[in-house]
Design a protein around this ligand. Sequence first.
Ligand code: C5P
Length: 225
Amino acid sequence: MKKIIITIDGYSSCGKSTLAKQLARQLDYVYIDSGAMYRAITFYFIQNQVSWSDPAAVKEALQNIHLEFEYDETNEGQASIYLNGENVEHLIRDMLVAEKVSEVAAVKEVREFAVAQQQQMGEKKGIVMDGRDIGTTVFPKAELKIFMTADTAIRVERRFKELYAKNKSITIQEVKENLELRDYIDSNREISPLRKAADAIILDNSQLSMEEQLQLALQWVEDAM
Ligand code: C5P
């Protein structure tokens, strides 16, 4: 059967990764969380005190960063990102990383580094990748592009629940401010800002169940074949 590239872009905490994972499972495609790559790079920069406003320091640091995804077949194919051989999947979800990731992701050298690897991952097609610039920059010729949105209040609540489960000291205000700040920086940066590709289909999932979203997306996949 023909394999295609599916891109899912949108604002923070719209449920992009949940839909992307489900789609990949149904279609037996590879799922790539491009945000995890920016988060892992940010984590490395924080840990190693790399100043991301210094292009030379960024270039040098990137040479020491090796990213890889692994999939746990015993756990619904759950993806984990490895940074230089270490599983950092949980560490990169920390608020400390969330607070800085959009600044780091706006750096030209960082984007070039991540985008080149993302494009390589899609060479054989059969991939679902979610992020902010996947339909516009990484795979502008993708067969199916989805742009997800949801009401801000719903997005804040979803992310708060996720983070609160791990850290009881987090407040809803903190989460709201972080989402709004990231959306602002992501939409206004110079390189590859968050935009809906002209040929992307909008999916507002504020009032949709996971199953409804999946069925819609599967129909679009069929249409794109
Ligand atoms: O998807 P997630 O919220 O984990 O992404 C974290 C951050 O990584 C985003 O807020 C954005 O700054 C950056 N990002 C990006 N381009 C992508 C994916 C994520 O700039 N394709």
